[in-house]
Design a protein around this ligand. Sequence first.
Ligand SMILES: Cc1cc2nc3c(=O)[nH]c(=O)nc-3n(C[C@H](O)[C@H](O)[C@H](O)COP(=O)(O)OP(=O)(O)OC[C@H]3O[C@@H](n4cnc5c(N)ncnc54)[C@H](O)[C@@H]3O)c2cc1C
Length: 329
Amino acid sequence: MERFEYAHASTRQEAISLLGSSWDDAAVLAGGTDLISLMKEYVVTPKRVVDIKNVEGLNGIHSNAEGVTIGALVTMDELLEDKTIRSEFPALAHAAQGITSAQIRAMGTVGGDLCQRPRCWYFRNGYGLLAKDENGKSLVPEGENRYHAILGNNGPAYFVNPSSLAPALIALGAKLQLAGPKGQREVSAPDFFIIPKSDSERENVLRPNEMLASIVIPASSRGLRSATYEVRHKTALDWPLAAAAVTVKLEGGKVTEGRIVLGHVAPIPWQAKEADKELTGKSINESVAASAAEAALSRAKPLSQNGYKVKLAKVAVKRALLAAAKGEA
Ligand SMILES: Cc1cc2nc3c(=O)[nH]c(=O)nc-3n(C[C@H](O)[C@H](O)[C@H](O)COP(=O)(O)OP(=O)(O)OC[C@H]3O[C@@H](n4cnc5c(N)ncnc54)[C@H](O)[C@@H]3O)c2cc1C
């Protein structure tokens, strides 16, 4: 590991003032379950690490008329222990349950989950975020791409967004509150994630001197039915191969509003808007769920080794929809 300075912040302002104007200057440390391994492998080498674990106001899950606010430092265990999350937002609880390592659930935070870096093995082995060779050509399309993107993969990024919580939060209409030197700004959950165009960019809109402070699920999402279905390698302590988070608003048994968001299939959590339309006005049954799954993957363009993910993602959409319709929590 490169030498680094360790700084410990107790207020947001202090944390922000300790961050820098470039990603090389400083990195936010929450639970450390991803950052420390990246530093050990020299994939990221920040000059300073800013520990935010004791920053006030980033903890806890609070409900009010606006909705439910989840502090960035809430751990997966705390998320799962929360009655409101379990009973009202099953899609989010299912996604957190999928992270089966007890250690990660105890240490890993919601903010860290949303900001974790891609698991792309080229990136993790020092080839950079866009995994290019010395001539600037991506190694992925003709390389080892079985876990890479099947959607949003026109390049230059081919990795998949690794967050299991992100699709659920997008389906639930969440907003993310970002703290920076000028105060707080809010972005909708889908707008937080971006496809980088160069190795120096990141996978989200955070600036080097900003941090994620909290996530707000609006009160309007409280009555929605929701579910997440993940397809994994047996019960491995690993990220899903494909996942779908869905929310549906039902009136008289028919969908008046549906949202399907795919995870682990594109460089950003993938909003399958074509499929949302398939649901409107219909009762969810096997055939409607299967049609929505077909629509959700209609634009998939698998790479040389990952065609199998298309089928898995369709299964995830279908099963998530059927679970949400039944109200299976
Ligand atoms: C074996 C294993 C299995 C896993 N399986 C899954 C899985 O199935 N699904 C899944 O989603 N995840 C999975 N994870 C990842 C895990 O969820 C993350 O490592 C964890 O959530 C990161 O949280 P953290 O608090 O430890 O973040 P850290 O390691 O502290 O930080 C991670 C990154 O986010 C940045 N960061 C953290 N908090 C903030 C903030 N508030 N503002 C701005 N930037 C911030 C850091 O600078 C760093 O770049 C797995 C991890 C392991 C090791």
